[in-house]
Design a protein around this ligand. Structure first.
Ligand code: GLU
Length: 441
């Protein structure tokens, strides 16, 4: 059975880059009728915060990315210790004592000699007595996984055939000197024990994947299918990593972005299929294919979310936005005609408030000098209330007959006088909602 996972580290709020990972894994699981796990990668007790765990769940719920199970790495430390023991017994695990400064120096030397900065495995030559001495001097060493120096190959769901020479990669540190288990082994143990069949993550994890494949094989597990999506850049191709902090999902929510707009964009951005606004999750699932995504960096422009949000809102019935309409101050008996009028004229739901204020309070009229007489004549012809959808047509017909004006010369001055703006909603829908006029009529 298809099982995928989204595995954020709760060290911050999740952003559009994380969403790409979450969504792809979610869609794969749902399309296959499989299981989607939310895995909290909280092996780092200093940086992991409970408030971020809650925030990640809230953000996922807001988007409707429902998970079938939550797993927490901090509750599985004994499983990782067991795996570490197994690797130790197999002779695939060794203790190394270099300080970060020493490692840095080694790397610099290698680079100077034109060699790749790969850990030289000096620790493998330490005698037991030397290790003992180093331990006494520096405390426990880190534990590195001894890679088999062969080519590591897999067919990536996005990148295609990958082949990495293991000797070009440093033996990964899986356990720190203070005993903290690192993500690389924790992830492997989880993926294996939880039966994860498909792993989609950012292309910054490609080297991790190579080493994880060897660790999975050493532990006797089955490798999942891997796919690595390209990293997001800004609209001009600039690195987004520094700005991702401002592209947290909660900020987008705050700015009024609608979940379906965000999901529709992210489910297609960077693929060979066009971005299409989808009306629900079922359509997104149906239209998703991981193999259509490309390896090239993907440009993301937050501004693209607003036209999609506007179009999504336009498609909604009142029932879906009733709370927002009420929050804007619209009385329940006017909610239906108000929404019909306003929905074509908003970008986000926050814009409802302005339209309601116009309805409720009217606007400072905008009347050009040459229209003064015309407006006075029109006001005199305003029909008696109650107003309805026909009123505008009847009124402007009467004004046209009385003044001889037509077309733009007839409608624009009336619009400007009533709304203080040159553009806006259909006047026929707006007029019956203008409370000042209603009170007068
Ligand atoms: N916690 C890891 C990260 O956020 C998970 C990577 C993975 O999907 O394996 O980068």
């Amino acid at each position: 059975m298809t099982t995928t996972r989204f595995a954020p580290s709760p060290t911050g709020y999740i952003h559009v880059g994380n969403l790409r990972t979450a969504l792809m894994n979610y869609l794969i699981a749902r399309k296959a009728g499989g299981t989607f796990i939310l895995r909290i990668d909280d092996t780092d007790p200093e940086r992991s915060k409970e408030e971020y765990v809650d925030a990640i769940k809230q953000d996922m719920e807001w988007l409707g990315l429902h998970w079938d199970k939550v797993e927490r790495q901090s509750e599985r430390l004994d499983r990782y210790a067991e795996a570490a023991d197994k690797l130790r017994e197999m002779g695939r695990f060794y203790e190394a004592f270099e300080t970060p400064t020493e490692l840095d120096l080694k790397r610099k030397k290698q680079l100077n000699m034109g060699k790749p900065p790969v850990y030289d495995r000096a620790a493998l030559n330490l005698s037991d007595a030397e290790k003992e001495a180093l331990r006494a001097e520096r405390g426990n060493g880190v534990w590195r996984f001894k890679l088999d120096h062969e080519r590591i190959e897999w067919t990536d769901g996005i990148l295609g055939d990958i082949s990495i020479d293991a000797s070009s990669v440093s033996d990964p540190v899986l356990i720190r000197g203070d005993g903290q288990v690192l993500y690389t082994i924790a992830s492997v143990v989880d993926d294996t024990e939880m039966g994860v069949t498909d792993v989609v993550r950012g292309s910054d994890h490609v080297t991790n994947t190579a080493t994880q494949i060897q660790i999975i094989e050493a532990l006797g597990g089955t490798c999942p299918r891997f796919a690595h999506h390209s990293l997001l850049t800004g609209p001009q191709g600039e690195a987004l990593s520094k700005r991702l902090g401002t592209l947290a999902l909660r900020d987008l929510r705050e700015q009024g972005v609608q979940p379906m707009a965000l999901l529709s964009l992210m489910a297609r951005l960077g693929s060979s299929d066009p971005v299409e606004l989808r009306s629900d999750m079922a359509e997104l699932i149906e239209g998703f294919d991981i193999h259509r995504f490309g390896a090239a960096p993907t440009k993301f422009d937050v501004q693209d979310l607003f036209p999609l949000t506007a179009r999504h809102l336009q498609s909604l019935p009142l029932a879906d936005v009733a709370d927002a309409v009420a929050d804007a101050g619209v009385p329940a008996e006017l909610a239906e005609p108000f929404w019909a009028m306003a929905r074509e004229n908003i970008t986000t739901l926050a814009d409802l408030k302005g339209w309601w204020e116009l309805c409720r309070d009217g606007a400072e009229p905008l009347i050009d000098e040459e229209d003064r007489e015309f407006i006075a004549a029109a006001v005199a012809l305003l029909p008696e209330g109650p107003f309805n959808g026909e009123t505008w047509g009847e009124w402007t017909k009467a004004v046209k007959e009385a003044t001889g004006r037509k077309g733009k010369g007839l409608f624009m001055p009336l619009r400007k006088a009533l709304t203080g703006m040159e553009r806006g909603p259909e006047m026929a829908s707006l007029l019956p909602l203008l409370q000042v006029i209603r009170a007068r009529g």
